[in-house]
Design a protein around this ligand. Structure first.
Ligand code: PNS
Length: 160
């Protein structure tokens, strides 16, 4: 059984994440999308809501499950017997830090990292930009799954 984990903050999931997860799901028997619980950083959406939005976006991918983790990613990999981390790469600027983390995760626990280059149509997406655009009333409907767009609009209405 080939298993991999796709970790991230996913605050919130964007169409860029969906692209990487869909393609990684085609390469492994089981893919776990793992949301980082970061007690030092609240984020816009609580972790439970991020997971719910991810599950909804991945509903048509039967080999994808959604989970959360706190602490080191390699400890999560060890506990769940997952030998591979999958990460999306948008640009060279992503690569420098991602390479460092990949080398560190391999040194810490022998966990390999597979980089998936994002599709060019979504290479400019990031959760932070999406949140910024939505906060100022911009249209992000083409950048995120429909349910995420709805939640961002709700947030906007609540804070108006
Ligand atoms: O979506 P993000 O915020 O770019 O995801 C970053 C994430 C969660 C993959 C990274 O911060 C991570 O792996 N955090 C867990 C802590 C950890 O293992 N740190 C050591 C990395 S070498």
């Amino acid at each position: 059984m080939r298993r991999a984990v796709c970790p991230g903050s996913f605050d919130p999931v964007t169409n860029g994440h969906v692209d990487v997860i869909q393609r990684a799901a085609g390469l492994y028997d089981e893919l776990v999308v793992a949301v980082l619980v970061n007690p030092g950083k609240a984020g816009l959406f609580p972790v439970a809501e991020r997971m719910e939005l991810l599950s909804e976006a991945m509903a048509d991918l039967p080999n994808v499950t959604v989970d959360s983790f706190e602490g080191l990613l390699v400890d999560y990999c060890r506990t769940h017997t997952i030998p591979v981390i999958v990460k999306g790469l948008r640009a060279i600027s992503d690569f420098e830090y991602e390479l460092q983390m990949a080398q560190m995760n391999r040194e810490l626990a022998g966990v390999e990292t597979l980089f998936v280059p994002t599709a060019p149509q979504v290479g400019h997406l990031s959760s932070s930009l999406v949140k910024q655009i939505a906060r100022f009333g911009g249209d992000v409907s083409r950048l995120v799954p429909a349910a995420v767009n709805d939640r961002l609009l709700e947030h906007g209405r609540r804070n108006a």
